[in-house]
Write a new protein. Structure first.
Length: 142
């Protein structure tokens, strides 16, 4: 099971993103079912279409959002269902982790659903026990 993050989705859909090339192989593995169920937190979807609209254009954001929501391998996770868990993760993080509230929701989804993998280019996740980044990135220094 894998949870998607905004940085990974934007990199994959934006050919001008510095991480675009690094997102291609992991996305192919995700689509091929290599990680099992793909979880898309509501907060990630909101960030994703907003960032893509700003960095590319509205039409690209709408198309990418529609493709993502229509993908049979992707399960949309409503964040209102995990709000309390998200708030606990956000409040309880080490300051050095630097997780946004949306990142905390990713951790909460991973923990509540038993997912060990997060598709992201955010190294802050390397400071969270039980999370393995896809693609693998060097951990942040303490």
């Amino acid at each position: 099971m894998i949870v998607l993050d905004t940085s990974f989705l934007v990199a994959f859909h934006n050919t001008r993103d510095v991480h675009h090339g690094a997102a291609l192989e992991p996305m192919a593995e995700i689509v091929d079912g290599g990680f099992g169920t793909v979880l898309l937190p509501e907060y990630v979807f909101l960030e994703f279409v907003t960032v893509l609209a700003a960095r590319r254009d509205l039409a690209t954001a709408i198309h990418a959002g529609d493709v993502l929501l229509g993908a049979r391998e992707v399960e949309f996770v409503a964040c209102s269902d995990i709000f309390e868990e998200t708030l606990a993760v956000f409040r309880g993080q080490r300051p050095s982790a630097g997780l946004s509230f949306a990142d905390a929701a990713i951790v909460a989804v991973a923990r509540t659903r038993g997912a060990q993998h997060v598709a992201s280019f955010d190294r802050g996740f390397t400071r969270i026990d039980g999370i393995t980044l896809v693609p693998a990135l060097e951990p942040l220094e303490e």
